[in-house]
Design a protein around this ligand. Structure first.
Ligand SMILES: [Ca+2]
Ligand SMILES: [Ca+2]
Ligand SMILES: [Ca+2]
Ligand SMILES: [Zn+2]
Length: 408
């Protein structure tokens, strides 16, 4: 039989649950809850074309094997993130912890998992996700030609793990477009996209991911996903640096807020997160930072889907003279088309991997579009250096208007 070609959606909705505010230093103990999952996995196994006849029948031993396999595979995926641990029925964590429930039913057809939050910086600890175990057989197993029980149990565990890691990623703040966050995809043209994004954990149906392939192997976190997980409290021992926007207008090169990127403890990549807001529609906040020639500068705003008080942002990258060199209004993608306008995902903004052509000062501009509200701005990929004294006489606001970046 042929592999199913349908693109089943697995995604998250952003429900800002009332969860506990987490302390500064802690470790995340993820509970893999398989309560109620046995019958669902059995049904899925049968749906996948494996009946109850020997030698393929689903047994209690298979259930145990699957639980242990998922735990080991989750540990493998999250191995670099040393503060995260995984626990199952014989090691249930105490206190407040995220739970991944594999015994969930419901959800729209084709939905394999659902997280309760998109929790940038992992500010909530009691959030979690569900995995609809009963739907797996009919998606990645049906049609497989592998006539081997052990191999198919492994396919099942791979699929469950890929979805569980994806949903857990949402509860740590990751979003679907992070799957495109690899160095070879560069702003502004984003050439060379031929499906590489779908080997990454945050890929989904709209990015072209095949559900059948979920069983083939474990996916990996993209570089952008890894850098974002380094900002998730309780996921790494030392999280990335966050600063708050200073008061006052920052709409000119002269009044831009200087920020200093710091190397992330795990990847070593320079990065900073800024907590800001737009007080009036159209307000422009400029942040000044240093980059070295060849650095891949990434700017990303978070507000839509994440914060209660959301603002529609637009992003601009200016060189040291205030000349606009890259911009983005909304985040969109559809399969191998990235930022072309098709498949609007969010009113947040992203400039991914813009290669710095010189060493020196750059300006990141966040402007609001006919709205006000809170945002976070993540800057990664630049190397901090002593600030260079470059004063521009032309304000970036003027350039923003001239170049009409809102239409990009
Ligand atoms: Ca969380
Ligand atoms: Ca502001
Ligand atoms: Ca926008
Ligand atoms: Zn998702």
């Amino acid at each position: 039989m042929n592999s199913p070609t349908s693109s089943v959606i697995y995604r998250s909705t952003a429900i800002l649950a009332a969860c506990l505010v987490i302390p500064q230093a802690f470790a995340v103990e993820v509970y893999l809850d398989f309560s109620g999952a046995d019958s669902l996995l059995h049904g899925s196994w049968v749906d996948g074309g494996y009946g109850d006849g020997e030698p393929f029948s689903w047994t209690a031993s298979d259930f145990l094997t699957t639980q242990h396999a998922v735990k080991e595979k989750m540990e493998a995926i999250f191995a670099p993130f040393t503060s995260v641990s995984f626990h199952n029925f014989d090691d249930v964590p105490g206190g407040v912890h995220p739970t991944l429930s594999f015994g969930a039913t419901g959800g729209s057809p084709g939905l394999l998992g659902l997280s309760s939050t998109l929790d940038w910086r992992n500010s909530m600890i009691g959030d979690g996700a569900v995995i609809y175990s009963g739907k797996f057989g009919s998606t990645f197993m049906a049609g497989t030609t592998v006539e081997d029980k052990v191999a198919n149990l492994d396919r099942l565990a791979n699929a469950l793990t890929n979805i569980a890691a994806h949903e857990l990623g949402h509860t740590f703040g990751l979003q679907h477009y992070d799957a495109y966050g690899i160095p070879e995809f560069k702003a502004p043209g984003y050439a060379g996209i031929t499906g590489q994004q779908n080997s990454h954990i945050m890929s989904s149906g709209p990015s072209g991911a095949s559900t059948f392939a979920l069983g083939d192997s474990l996916k990996t976190f993209s570089e952008l996903s890894i850098n974002k997980l380094e900002f998730a409290a309780g996921v790494v021992p030392t999280v990335g640096k966050t600063v708050t926007e200073v008061a006052g207008s920052k709409s000119t090169l002269a009044t831009a807020q200087a920020v200093t990127l710091e190397n992330l403890a795990m990847s070593g990549k320079p990065a900073i997160n800024i907590v800001g807001d737009s007080d009036s529609p159209g307000e422009l906040d400029l942040y000044k930072f240093d980059a070295m020639e060849g650095n891949l500068i990434t700017l990303n705003t978070f507000s839509d889907l994440i914060l209660p008080d959301t603002v529609n942002t637009t992003l601009a990258l200016f060189d040291s003279t205030g000349t606009l060199i890259a911009s983005n209004l909304d985040i969109s993608y559809a399969g191998n088309a990235f930022m072309t306008g098709a498949g609007i995902y969010s009113t947040d903004s992203l400039i991914l991997n813009f290669e710095a052509s010189y060493t020196g000062v750059y300006y990141a501009g966040v402007a609001s579009v006919a709205s006000t509200g809170d945002y976070n701005l993540l800057i990664t990929g630049a190397v901090p250096e002593p600030s260079m004294m470059i004063l521009g006489g032309i304000t970036a606001v003027v350039l923003l208007r001239k170049r009409n970046i809102n239409k990009s």
